[in-house]
Design a protein around this ligand. Structure first.
Ligand SMILES: *[C@@H]1O[C@H](CO)[C@@H](O)[C@H](O)[C@H]1NC(C)=O
Ligand SMILES: *[C@@H]1O[C@H](CO)[C@@H](O)[C@H](O)[C@H]1NC(C)=O
Length: 318
């Protein structure tokens, strides 16, 4: 006969074992869904710390100086507040940033594209950038004013990539058979791919100004069609753990999703530590990001990065 107290003890014991088991199960790392479509996608990975350490110190210094990113931001008059925020925040970290507007906007300096059509704006901006800067920059980054970009992480990602190769990258999506880089996450073209694009822009059969479809086709898909003709394919950029580094959503949305999907690892499960872009930000969020990325720091906490990208001489970036 079991006494009541030993029954109680057994219950407690069983309860604790179950509790331990549940906790263990909850802590087993879940593969966050994002990995499932890898095999179907073209993708490029960021270098690992070991990759960087393999580069000699002289070469690292040389690399960090020779990296030149030109930023294209497409704006419309309705975007003036975001435009101001972008200009005041992350765009300062580009080696050069220019705003391309649909019409003349008095408040800020911009290159007037004289069209409201996003695809025409994009084409004209790429042509302008290539004609004017092909000898000065090796990477071209295009974004909307709702995007926040961390240019140092972009440079880190591109460190071992060859800009003389034809490829372009960002956050890829699929539309039928077409794999394209979604403009929301920002689009990066190597100098070779912008060169090839430029040679196609004047050939309407290969790269038409108006899509052949009856319905409107977004500018990022039209770009992918043209680049495909030139042998340039879309690559999804990922960190060494396979997480996306170009994002079409804001941090806030990712955190919300993480709280629902894996509440034990909200921060770790949310986003890559080496994220390059977020999208869909309001003006306020631009400044919040700027504070979080470039100003706030934990005293005495050191990241020990093996490479530094210094701002160009005369830059007022912070
Ligand atoms: C980069 O690509 C170009 C063109 O294919 C090639 O000639 C060059 O050797 C490559 N550079 C490196 C460092 O791999
Ligand atoms: C930047 O400018 C300062 C002063 O004009 C100069 O002393 C320095 O050598 C320059 N640095 C580079 C990397 O050109």
């Amino acid at each position: 006969m079991l006494s009541e107290s030993s029954l109680f003890l057994k219950g407690v014991l069983l309860g604790s074992i179950l509790c331990v088991l549940m906790t263990m199960l909850a802590h087993i790392k879940i593969d966050y869904g994002k990995r499932t479509h890898h095999h179907e996608r073209h993708h490029l990975q960021a270098p690992t710390k070991e990759d960087i350490l393999k580069i000699s110190e002289d070469e690292r210094t040389e690399l960090s100086k020779s990296f030149r990113v030109y930023c294209i931001i497409l704006v419309k008059p309705k975007d003036v507040r975001l435009w101001a925020a972008v200009k005041e925040t992350w765009a300062k970290h580009c080696d050069k940033a220019e705003f391309f507007s649909s019409e003349n906007v008095k408040v800020f300096e911009s290159v007037n594209m004289e069209t409201n059509d996003m695809w025409l704006m994009m084409r004209k901006a790429y042509k302008y950038a290539f004609d004017k800067y092909r000898d000065q920059y090796n990477w071209f980054f295009l974004a909307h004013p709702t995007t926040f970009a961390i240019i140092e992480n972009l440079k880190y990602f591109l460190l071992k990539k060859n800009y003389s190769q034809p490829f372009y990258l960002g956050h890829t999506a699929k539309s039928g058979d077409l794999e394209y880089v979604s403009v929301g996450g920002g689009i990066v073209l190597s100098i070779e791919s912008i060169k090839r694009l430029n040679s196609l822009l004047s050939i309407p059969e290969k790269c038409p100004e108006k899509g052949r479809m009856v319905r409107e086709v977004s500018e990022d898909k039209q770009l992918a069609v043209c680049l495909k003709y030139a042998g340039v394919f879309a690559e999804n950029a990922e960190d060494s753990k396979g997480k996306d580094v170009f994002n079409t959503k804001s941090v806030g949305i990712f955190i919300k999703e993480a709280m629902t999907n894996h509440p034990n690892q909200v921060v770790e499960g949310c986003c890559s530590d080496m994220a390059i872009t977020f999208n869909g930000l309001t003006c306020n969020q631009m400044y919040v990001m700027m504070y979080g990325v470039y100003h706030l720091r934990a005293f005495g906490h050191v990241f020990n990065d093996v490479l530094v990208f210094l701002p160009i001489n005369g830059s007022d970036n912070d």
